[in-house]
Ligand binder design. Sequence first.
Ligand code: COA
Length: 565
Amino acid sequence: MRILLLTHAFNSLTQRLGSELRQLEHTVSVEFDISDSVTEEAVSLFAPDLIIAPYLRRAIPESVWSRYVCFILHPGVVGDRGPSALDWALAAGLTQWGLTVLQAEAELDGGPVWANASFSLPVASKASVYRQHVTEAASVAVLQAVARFTSASFVPQRPASSYWRPMMRQTERAIDWQRNDTATVLRKVRAADGFPGVADSLFGQPCHLFDVCPETTLRGPPGQIIARRETALLRATCDAAVWIGHVKRPGGIKLPTTLAFIDESATVPQAPELDWWRAKSPTWQDICYEEVDQVGILHFEFYNGAMSTVQCERLRAALVWAKQRPTNVLVLTGGTDFWSNGIHLNVIEAASLAGGSAADESWRNINAMNDLALELITTEQQITIAAVAGNTGAGGCFLARAADLMWVREAVMLNPHYKNMGNLYGSEYWTYSLPRRVGLEAAKAIMHNRQPLTAKQALQISFSDACLPGDCNDFQETVLHLATKLAAAPDIKAQLTTKSEARERDEAAQPLADYRQQEMTHMHRNFYGFDPSYHVARHHFVYKALASWTPRHLAIHRELGWKLP
Ligand code: COA
């Protein structure tokens, strides 16, 4: 079939569905929901057999849904309707939830049901549930709905009963710092994270809160900001305290809290310092290390996978330290939502807002990222493994590829290319790592085509070394099991010797410094040259500017020469 994905953005859910439908040999094209007339134009160009709307913020025009079957994905159970489905479910502390594939009609979320899937609702942020549980359920339910649509005998039914829940308002999300305990504060913020956050204030100034984590040992008067650690501030609740990792000030962008309130945070006392070992009780620790037998595990979890200059420098320091440990294998786990999405575009944008230079901060950030990648590539005493449980994009993919082995969870989407960010050339030694893995022609195609890869596709083209099933917990268990086996292999020392010899040969053929210098020549032009595309694209990305067209590489019906078969 010809299937049109009508969507607000090419987010990871849309990417996943597109890849899975193509695997079933459907012809898939994408159109961004820009206006009714643009949607109508796309439909007349593509003449789809079916329209699927994975992620919309507006209703589909009647001119389209009255002529074509349109599937709407609603992140709620059958009968649930309204725009804040996940927010209400998380705020209520429900433990089971679901996703429904409905047919679009005049009444919002009121059409007949083509398929649905349910899942256990974890204690996690809304964005995390969306990227993992909703996406997984969507992939099952959409494929079932498409099969039913193809069979022509299936008649979708209206739910026996339904209810409409309105948009959740900030008054319903508000935190009472004098009365709310830690569990309540965490639940409220997580139900609003990544968007819209909880409207609150810090240092008497309004802001929206995101990215929270419990603290169990430090205490203070309820509501008071009692400590800082790295990028987070600790605020007391009525029974303990909560770390606040990110905030958005009015008119601003989402930033690490101590950067958004840089002067005010400087007056807050430092929390007791932690070393790299994993803390015994829950606290804010974005980088930590543990050991199991001969395996070192370096955990790092950066919000949204974005890695600022300072975060790269700290992670490199932790890596240098971990490399001195008496282990044979070193696993880098990354976050569960994102392994890494490369340099921190929001922090870079903030540099220009503070009267500094976004180009200078971009340069510092990519150099810090490269130093980290170099440290990984040149590890001698351990086999290194990037254990990729969450999505990863741009420089994050090549940081992972800097490890000897890259093991990817089956549900992960990879975007190993840079050009979408204003034609960025990219660094992280990709010119060294990518062609060696996939060959020169495939490397060029990956960079040029800018298409996402599923974990299975990444393995098929040898970009990665393993595709492992299961949820994040299953994945971590499998990784640990396989890493422990590898560390205990009788020939592990021989494997390390072979690795060192291969690195020496590569270095003799072309030094890593050469690859870096060539990449950075291009990056210098991206950051400081006459073409401002990168700065414009970054600005639009961090301010979430609405798309005004669909990129040609996604909208095949807009390709020159496109003809209906
Ligand atoms: N810097 C700062 N924030 C980033 C980021 C980065 N490099 N990459 C992603 N984010 C943020 C997004 O702004 C979004 O923020 P929100 O919490 O306010 O919504 C959040 O992470 C999730 O991103 P989203 O685009 O919704 O996730 P996705 O899974 O649908 O798509 C990517 C993933 C990687 C395709 C997409 O985020 C992307 O293109 N990121 C930019 C990658 C990049 O160009 N990095 C710089 C070059 S190395």
